[in-house]
Design a protein around this ligand. Structure first.
Ligand code: EPU
Length: 350
């Protein structure tokens, strides 16, 4: 059985490096005892009138100084092959597997599809929640099932891909934040190296560079993997070196008429088509164009190479309030210049 630990330090458990202490924490690292551990956690939380809070890698959260909760840390590791045939493989992966390392394991074995999602910080159990995406791929393209425990009653549920209600940075689990603990994710990956996707912006050029370097005519999934790693390393700060929680804002989706008005004034405004009513514009471009690249309210500054990312600087004394101050300053500045209200992406924990 997992123990309940008092006053658990979370400062190394959130990539924004905010100092935070959980009133209680429980490390869940065994599939065998998981159902019992969750029931025990539910009873304990009820007895102490505390909420339960699931914290995975902490790469998409803004934590408070004191987290008055029983924090559940899902850390189960396991990669099980459920089906393996000439075209595809189906894998059941436990929540505590490191996302990037899991992709490396897949590529080593010839299982393809996730290479575009390389280097996204986090653990497997969190990937369905905000339907992580990058370079033309969303994880929902490959998820066939999610196994999760309902933290209101401890019951185990299996969610098919449709039940997950995946959308851009969205899912059923995001709508029901805090209610479920995801224990396993089932992926169906393909074995056809020609199906790898390279048609996203600067990825096509970079993937071809790696293909040529490796003596290939066309990019192999491994070339795509290396290209994504290279692009991300060139623009996105490594949280182990410079504290951050990835994209701080969602890319806003605006009406076409508003886009046309803006485009007439800002000819270089990039956009991604959605449908004939609305269009997506990059928040990073808006923040950059508003003159805020590398700026903010110290010690919370946008990244020098990608204005969409807020970074926290040593000696890491910033609190949630400092993040809110920098966030509000950026939102107001962008609102004044473009009439667009940015919406935060990471979860604000109370
Ligand atoms: N741009 C600027 N200045 C900046 C930042 C961006 O002009 O400071 C411009 C870029 O030149 C480009 C456009 O804005 O024309 C979009 O930038 P980029 O291709 O870097 O992607 P993004 O829209 O900023 C999204 C995801 C990232 C993901 C990349 C690549 C969201 C909110 N973010 O960023 O996700 O890695 O695409 O697919 O959808 C994350 O969620 O943590 C994350 C990093």
């Amino acid at each position: 059985m997992a123990n309940i630990i008092n006053n658990y330090d979370l400062s190394h458990n959130n990539t924004m490096a905010l100092s935070s202490t959980a009133r209680h924490a429980m490390i869940l690292d065994s599939s065998d005892t998981l159902a019992d551990d969750i029931r025990h956690a539910i009873d304990f939380a009820a007895q102490h009138s505390l909420p339960l809070f699931v914290l995975s890698f902490g790469s998409n959260v803004i934590l408070p100084n004191e987290l008055n909760a029983l924090v559940l840390l899902p850390r189960i590791k396991d990669i099980k092959v459920l089906d393996d045939n000439a075209d595809s493989v189906t894998l059941e992966v436990a929540c505590g597997e490191n996302w990037h390392e899991f992709i490396q394991v897949c590529l080593d074995k010839g299982y393809y599809g996730l290479e575009n999602l390389a280097l996204i910080p986090g653990l497997v159990g969190a990937c369905p929640v905000q339907n992580i995406g990058a370079y033309g791929v969303q994880v929902s393209d490959f998820i066939t099932k999610v196994i999760a425990y309902d933290l209101t009653n401890g019951q185990r549920h299996e969610f098919g891909a449709n039940d997950c209600q995946f959308d851009y940075r969205h899912s059923f689990f995001k709508d029901n934040e805090g209610r479920y603990l995801i224990s396993h994710v089932v992926f169906k990956l393909h074995k056809d190296e020609r199906k790898t996707l390279t048609n996203y912006g600067d990825l096509s050029v970079m993937a071809q560079v790696f293909a040529t370097k490796n003596g290939r005519d066309l990019p192999h999934p491994i070339d795509v993997f290396h290209a994504v790693v290279a692009i991300r390393e060139s623009k996105l700060p490594n949280p182990a070196v410079l504290a951050n929680c990835g994209s701080f804002f969602q890319n806003p989706i605006i009406p076409i008429a508003q886009f046309n008005t803006l485009k007439a004034e800002f000819h270089d405004l990039p956009s991604y088509p959605i449908d004939d009513q609305v269009i997506k514009v990059p928040a990073g471009w808006l923040i950059d164009k508003a003159g805020l690249k590398g700026k903010g309210v110290a010690p919370i500054l946008t990244h020098q190479k990608q204005a969409l990312v807020l970074t926290n600087h040593a000696p890491y004394t910033a609190t949630q309030d400092d993040i809110r101050t920098a966030q509000d300053f950026i939102v107001h500045t962008v609102q004044d210049k473009f009439g667009i209200t940015l919406v935060r992406e990471p979860v604000w924990v109370k």
